[in-house]
Design a protein. Structure first.
Length: 70
């Protein structure tokens, strides 16, 4: 998020979007999400999923690490 905020500030926050692409000034940001694992609860009322989200800025994959404890 810090990179997105920095890009938005440097680009004077002109935003447009189309599909998986957001343009912040002259910078293109794309998010690509993919479910990597899924499991149903025993009663079939809930799901647990493993979700991968790749972030590209200017077509270059950016390092992103997220750890969640639930």
């Amino acid at each position: 998020m810090q990179k997105l905020v920095a890009i938005a500030k440097s680009a004077a926050a002109t935003l447009t979007s189309s599909g998986d692409q957001v343009r912040i000034g002259s910078k293109e940001v794309r998010l690509r999400a993919q479910i990597e694992a899924e499991e149903r609860s025993p009663d079939n009322k809930k799901y647990l999923i493993g979700l991968r989200v790749d972030v590209y800025v200017g077509g270059v994959l950016q390092p992103l690490t997220l750890a969640l404890w639930v």
